[in-house]
Ligand binder design. Structure first.
Ligand code: ATP
Length: 701
């Protein structure tokens, strides 16, 4: 359909005005001859495009009402557009030229930690956050990140209105997203300098097989920072600044890493490890351990980590490695001490589980070679890793090890059970448990579930093979040191053995004091050097020796030799005996650090032998706490007295610090209640341990 006709038909007045002008001339108000529409409209597709129709109406109206030839307007718009294009071309040309000759740039790939430092820094820059082109990211908080407590106090009130229970269902909704610069060009100022940032994405072809077994494309993100000048120094400073900012709040934290996913480990080095936690440093004082033991291990590690030590080792041809073996019953502080040591020296912890089914000997070697210069490598529960000497395997399976015997016994039981099942009801009555056993056995023998475990030689090769890493601190922990192969703990691999025992009374008292002492709100960044006294517990006054026999004799043995051994043949420190000595040494009474009085005043002797009158116990720990003053209102001297009375009720060497901590935690604000209930708890626990029961059926837990 002809456009002019359409206009004439549908909008007669408008068209009449527009196409003939006010004076009815053959020329339109725009000055265009009538025929021009007819010529142009089919060419431009006006008939079909409603937008163009609208445009034409506007075109005519403009001509009529403003008295301006719309062609001029169109020409100006066209020129502006062209000028803009030219300007953009010039700008890009100039920018490319300037970038090539007058600008420096540094690229950062997202496979490197600096990328995360920079993104965190950019997200914290108010100017960047106000930018018009942003990427929003969900920012989940880690367990140890600070929270606004006031926001969390709104909660669900119980039926009787007495208790308020916290509710976190809206927590995620309240957390604001994190904004970072979107893909594309950005600019910002830092320390009076102008920087340009180009955030871009590239697809790289990864020829090595991915998870699907096929080569694949991988997206890689790159940040390119540029600044004017031929030196990249300002960018280097910017990167350094962002890195420092990133680690500022990490200084009081211990970073925990574990091996990355199998696919990533192939790339080696920084891809081998992944960060799994970033927890506050565990203060050494919170690990209740004999001070001499602490001093010994701290001094040993300090000497080893000293910058002059590598040269000393190199001059004597000794490999720069240090290994520690922490052994003792479960829950006695082996892992805690490892973390505290990492915190003292500001090292990251690299935790390896030899039971990881995806871990091969080759991986293990790769992991050790990609460790940073100084770090702590933690191999936990090394006795459970099933390390075997390759040549012993058949024998050890048949006869030698306890584990082997157990396995054999289990298999016989399994067989019997299966036969029983088969015989029953004509062999058709299979129980699920039998099926599971059968599958497990099949899995052990065949392909199903097969795991090539790390052999002893594989581990030794990783720890101190020719290609193995130097400079690290290796800590191995075990509950059964006697089950370890001699080769694993020979000097050179394990240089210091530290024995952990169940809690002495002195330790019980220290644990009690730690639980109830006023909270330390000091979050100051640790200094780069320290003195030993910074990390030792404040000395407590001597404790009256335990005078009451435990209610029932215990068969659960604590560690046989409660001592720490320098395997190079040096002296031994008898920890238990040492504790006993402390009790007897009344003359060297240290000042009570918690007392407000003159430090020379001898603290009040704890009255542990005097039995307090029986008090009615509230045996249900989940009922409301007894109305007693909170810890902070108990004077320190009195708290110390309660602690001593508490410790006197703990039979030495029978409970692990973890067990005591568990008991105290349930009464974490009521020290007097802990004292009142401890006797019943001890009696119950002793009976339970004697009965070898794992299930807690105590009235007081
Ligand atoms: N000596 C100790 N001083 C302070 N706390 C301790 C001590 N021993 C254990 N604990 C507490 O008990 C818990 C368990 O401790 P940890 O994991 O260090 O024990 P472990 O000896 O490594 O145990 P496992 O052998 O089972 O791995 C921790 O919460 C820790 O705070």
């Amino acid at each position: 359909m002809d456009f002019s006709n359409l206009l004439r038909g549908t909008l007669p007045t408008l068209v009449a005005n527009a196409t003939h002008g006010a004076n009815g001339s053959a020329e339109s108000a725009s000055g265009l001859p009538d025929g021009l529409f007819d010529t142009l409209s089919p060419l431009l597709g006006f008939q079909f495009n409603p937008l163009m129709k609208l445009f034409m109406i506007f075109y005519n109206l403009t001509g009529k009402h403003l008295g301006i030839d719309p062609t001029y307007i169109l020409t100006v718009v066209g020129l502006l557009w062209a000028a803009n294009k030219v300007w953009m071309q010039l700008y890009m040309g100039f920018f490319t030229f300037a970038r090539q000759y007058f600008m420096a740039d540094i690229a950062v790939s997202n496979s490197d930690d600096i990328y995360f430092h920079m993104m965190k820094w950019l997200a914290s820059q108010p100017k960047m956050v106000d930018s018009r082109s942003l990427t929003a990211e969900t920012a989940s908080k880690g367990a140890w990140e600070e929270e606004d407590e006031s926001e969390l106090t709104t909660g669900w009130v119980s039926a009787d209105g007495s208790d308020v229970f916290l509710n976190f269902s809206t927590q995620e909704a309240k957390a604001p997203p994190r904004f970072t610069p979107a893909l594309g060009l950005h600019s910002f100022w830092w320390r009076g300098r102008y920087f340009k940032l180009n955030r871009k994405q590239e697809s790289l072809f990864d020829p090595s097989a991915g998870a699907t077994g096929m080569p694949q494309f991988k997206d890689k993100e790159i940040l390119v920072f540029s600044c004017f000048g031929r030196s990249p120094e300002p960018i280097k400073q910017l990167l350094q600044h962002a890195k420092e900012q990133y680690y500022l709040d990490h200084q009081a934290k211990t970073i925990v890493r574990r091996p990355a996913a199998q696919g990533m480990r192939r790339y080696g080095h920084r891809h081998s490890w992944q960060q799994v936690a970033n927890r506050p440093v565990r203060p050494m004082q919170t690990v209740v351990l004999d001070d001499e033991q602490k001093i010994r291990i701290l001094s040993d590690m300090n000497e080893y980590l000293h910058p002059a030590t590598p040269r000393w080792y190199a001059n004597r041809g000794i490999p720069l490695r240090r290994g520690y073996l922490f052994h003792g019953p479960p829950g006695t502080g082996k892992t805690s001490l490892s973390f505290a040591l990492a915190g003292v020296f500001g090292l990251d912890i690299y935790v390896i589980s030899l039971l990881d089914p995806s871990l091969t000997e080759e991986d293990l070697l790769g992991l050790f070679t990609s460790l940073p210069r100084r770090c702590v490598v933690l191999l936990e529960d090394i006795d459970t890793a099933g390390l075997k000497r390759a040549e012993d395997e058949p024998e050890s399976e048949s006869s030698s090890s306890d584990d082997g015997k157990n396995e054999e016994k289990q298999q016989q039981e399994d067989k019997k059970s299966l036969n029983r099942s088969r015989n029953h009801k004509g062999g058709r009555d299979w129980r699920v448990s039998d099926l599971a056993r059968e599958l497990r056995r099949a899995g052990g023998q065949g392909d199903l579930g097969e795991k090539k475990s790390i052999s002893l030689s594989g581990l030794l090769n990783a720890i101190d093979g020719v290609a193995s890493h130097e400079g690290r601190v290796l800590i191995m922990t075990t509950n059964k040191p006697e089950a370890l192969d001699e080769a694993l703990i020979r000097p050179g691999r394990v240089d210091l053995q530290v024995s952990f025992t169940n809690a002495t009374q002195q330790q019980a008292r220290e644990l009690f004091m730690r639980m109830y002492e006023p909270e330390n709100t000091d979050t100051a960044i640790p200094p780069s050097t320290f003195s030993l006294s910074d990390h030792l517990s404040s000395p407590l006054p001597p404790l009256t020796p335990f005078s009451e026999p435990p209610p029932t004799p215990l068969s659960l043995a604590s560690s046989k030799d409660g001592n720490m051994t320098d395997v190079s043949g040096a002296t031994e420190v008898e920890t238990d005996d040492h504790d006993q000595d402390i009790y007897k040494d009344d003359t060297s009474t240290p000042a009570n650090p918690l007392s407000n009085t003159d430090s020379t005043t001898t603290p009040k002797k704890p009255t542990t032998t005097k039995k307090s009158p029986p008090t009615p116990l509230n045996l249900n720990p989940y009922t409301k706490p007894l109305p007693e003053p909170t810890t902070s209102t108990i004077p320190p001297t009195e708290l110390l007295q309660i602690a001593s009375q508490f410790a006197a009720k703990i039979p030495p060497g029978q409970f692990s610090p973890a067990e005591l901590q568990g008991f105290l935690l349930k009464r974490k604000k009521t020290p007097r209640r802990a004292l009142e209930e401890v006797e019943v708890w001890v009696a119950g626990m002793v009976a339970q341990k004697a009965g070898r029961s794992r299930v807690l059926s105590l009235a007081v837990q």
